[in-house]
Design a protein around this ligand. Structure first.
Ligand code: C5P
Length: 228
């Protein structure tokens, strides 16, 4: 097995207002983290999955992952996360087995990301040798502000919103994390900060991140839609 996905699931979910680890929150009866893990394990190419979970809920996470993985449990691992996303990603990278060449970093909170998005990102990364992220055009008009005063309209034709999984050559991502600025908010930022090239492939609206209660309602509607 030469590729892996690190599912970061150690966030607190403060903005969801559920006082719980967000990735354990059920979407239509099933926790976000098991939804995310299942998608990776259904990919045609065998893929290692490392789940980065809150330290206090490791055992619970292991039970959930084992149940969703079934006989593929040997492809999975669950490790404790850190104080911020940066530390959690590093913990996941540290836990990867030998032989992994390509790694995707995926937010558990993007638990309805279609399998095709994983395939597209890994395929493009292998084709180019670069980092690859799914991206969607920005649809709102975007303004630069100073305080509450609008200063200018930003040309949105040159802007995209990026999703996960973000895929990189593992050795180079590890090197990038070793020297990264803490202020980078995603893996592409870390990778580029260390001089790497990051390309985009088209993202999918279904790969949105569940952050608020409204997002959770949208996710439940989407699951109902897929079932029907
Ligand atoms: O908070 P936010 O939604 O931006 O977090 C993005 C992802 O990073 C989530 O899947 C969350 O679980 C993860 N995360 C983490 N460890 C942290 C903070 C966030 O794994 N300490």
């Amino acid at each position: 097995v030469s590729r892996a996905v690190v599912v970061v699931a150690a966030g607190s979910g403060t903005r969801l207002g559920i006082g719980d680890a967000k990735a354990f929150v059920p979407v239509a009866g099933e926790p976000m983290l098991t939804r995310a893990v299942r998608t990776v394990l259904t990919l045609a190419e065998p893929t290692v999955v490392v789940v980065v979970a809150p330290a206090a809920r490791l055992d619970e996470c292991r039970v959930l992952v084992a149940a969703v993985a079934g006989p593929a449990v040997d492809l999975t691992a669950v490790v404790p996360g850190g104080a911020d996303r940066h530390a959690s990603v590093q913990a996941g990278l540290d836990a990867l087995p030998d032989g992994i060449e390509w790694v995707g970093v995926h937010d558990a909170a993007r638990c309805l990301t279609p399998a095709a998005q994983f395939d597209a990102v890994f395929t493009r990364a292998r084709e180019t040798g670069d980092g690859v992220v799914p991206a969607l055009p920005v649809t709102d008009t975007v303004k630069r502000v100073e305080g509450d005063v609008v200063v200018e309209t930003v040309d949105r034709s040159a802007l995209v919103g990026v999703q996960t999984p973000q895929v990189f050559p593992l050795a180079r991502l590890r090197d990038a994390y070793a020297v990264a600025e803490r202020s980078e908010t995603d893996d592409a930022g870390v990778y580029r900060g260390a001089g790497g090239t990051v390309r985009t492939v088209p993202g999918d609206a279904d790969a949105f991140k569940i952050t608020t209660r409204w997002d959770l309602a949208r996710a439940e509607a989407l699951v109902a839609d897929r079932a029907g």
